[in-house]
Design a protein around this ligand. Structure first.
Ligand SMILES: NC(=O)c1ccc[n+]([C@@H]2O[C@H](COP(=O)([O-])OP(=O)(O)OC[C@H]3O[C@@H](n4cnc5c(N)ncnc54)[C@H](OP(=O)(O)O)[C@@H]3O)[C@@H](O)[C@H]2O)c1
Length: 422
């Protein structure tokens, strides 16, 4: 029995990929083989991608990579071939057909990563594009919506049922009381205007969490209130941590609840001085603090390399109060949870978009005459920390699969012909 599906006619045997050749060296193009999809996999022609700070951490800091490293973790494009069916990926696989528009986050293997014109990846790393959003919008979503779903459930240990069941509304009075208390607890989202932060606010709102404190530049506050924040603070304001403390204390004093602590903190940035140090002033015994890794000790600049730390317990030792629980977020481990592995990208991400629970980040389109130029320009914007409340998106292949391989799409209207192709 064939273990892969041959490349369909017209699909090139090799394709260009953006690679990191060494820390802080210019990005380069490598021509890689286009790999036929194996069991449960799809071959996708990549049309859009988005850049994330991880690209910078890898390109300038060499973070957890072994160059040459094929770059990118987000992709959006068209399925041009499906591998043979595979029992373990059956549900995700069955949702897809040749010609479908898909998007997602994939990072593990060079063949899966988004800064190349074809990827071959497991279908459980793919979401089918809902009709109400464009591909340009969709590529802003997966990396950080998956991050938020993983962090809230794994690192902050919040219960997020999927799908929301009627038991939520039929709970007995005692359960309802406990749930209500849980939903009223303070959750601090520091860096709420970041891509991670915006998805966190929306998912928390969907989960019914009402007391979410957002910390971001003032210019984003109106929008963050609309996304689900109960109150916003400006991290540029002097004494911001005192203001937050006072707000929580005043709320406790005016209610029957005398607890003026913030039990859950989501640090969406992981910046030693910019976020962790102020958080040491707010976290109390028992507070769980989920920190986006890596901790940035020193930012990359045009002249100097960055410094990072992966172990959150090694920074600001002795400055956290006793009993604060620090969690370093590693989204790439989300597939260790079987349910998340098979449902997060195929089911949950597209449903949240389709139902309008989550809206994509604003997009800033990065221009450039070539694939390499667009990747390089995006990296420069990240290095200058010039993105604010937006996601950098850019074209991988400027032509769509429909334009490049029209013969493949004739089959969409004729299912018998699909059989001959895949
Ligand atoms: N380990 C993991 O699993 C994981 C997963 C996802 C992301 N991350 C990391 O998380 C970080 C954020 O990722 P992202 O894609 O969300 O970034 P992003 O959207 O590019 O972040 C830009 C935003 O950061 C905000 N910001 C910068 N410094 C801040 C500070 N001191 N306080 C509050 N806000 C601040 C800015 O807010 P203003 O516009 O308000 O100034 C800006 O809008 C990156 O380092 C990324 O690598 C880690």
């Amino acid at each position: 029995m064939a273990t892969t599906t041959p490349l369909p006619p017209g699909i090139p045997p090799t394709h260009p990929a953006v690679v990191i050749t060494a820390p802080r060296a210019p990005l380069a193009i490598l021509h890689r083989p286009t790999e036929p999809p194996g069991p449960g996999e799809a071959l996708v022609h990549v049309e859009w991608t988005s850049s994330t700070p991880l690209d910078l951490h890898q390109a300038d800091g060499g973070l957890l990579i072994d160059p040459p490293h094929v770059a990118g973790s987000s992709f959006g494009g068209t399925v041009v071939a499906l591998g043979p069916a595979d029992a373990s990926t059956a549900a995700a696989y069955r949702k897809l057909s040749v010609g479908d528009q898909v998007f997602g986050m994939a990072w593990e293997q060079p063949r899966e990563r988004g800064f190349q014109t074809f990827i071959t990846a497991p279908t459980y790393l793919m979401s089918k594009l809902p009709e109400n959003i464009t591909m340009q919008e969709a590529v802003t979503v997966s990396t950080n919506l998956v991050t938020v779903l993983h962090t809230l459930t794994k690192d902050l240990e919040l219960e997020m049922r999927w799908p929301l069941s009627s038991s939520d509304t039929n709970a007995n009075e005692e359960d309802k009381g406990d749930k209500d208390k849980e939903k009223k607890q303070w959750i601090l989202v520091w860096g709420a205007a970041s891509s991670v932060g915006q998805y966190a606010l929306q998912v928390l709102k969907y989960g019914g969490y009402r007391n979410v404190i957002a910390v971001a530049s003032k210019r984003h506050h109106q929008e963050l209130l609309a996304l689900g924040a109960a109150v916003c603070f400006d991290y540029g304001q002097e004494g911001v941590t005192d203001l937050i403390r006072n707000h929580v204390a005043a709320a406790a004093a005016s209610s029957s609840d005398d607890d003026a602590t913030i039990p859950l903190v989501l640090d969406c940035i992981g910046d030693l001085e910019g976020t962790l140090r102020p958080l040491t002033r707010l976290a109390e015994k028992g507070t769980k603090v989920a920190i986006m890794l890596p901790v940035i000790i020193k930012h990359a600049t045009e002249d100097e390399p960055p410094e990072y730390e992966i172990d959150v317990t090694k920074v600001l030792k002795g400055e956290w109060k006793d009993g604060v629980v620090l969690r370093g977020v590693r989204t790439h481990f989300y597939t260790h949870d079987e349910f998340m592995k098979y449902h997060c990208q195929p089911d949950i991400v597209p449903a949240l978009l389709e139902q309008g629970v989550v809206k994509p980040n604003k997009q800033r389109i990065v221009e450039g005459a070539t694939l390499l130029e667009r990747a390089t320009n995006a990296l420069r914007i990240l290095r200058n920390r010039a993105q604010s409340g937006e996601k950098l998106v850019w074209r991988v292949d400027e032509k769509s699969a429909q334009e490049l391989f029209p013969d493949l799409f004739v089959s969409k209207a004729d299912p018998t012909k699909v059989e001959t192709i895949i």
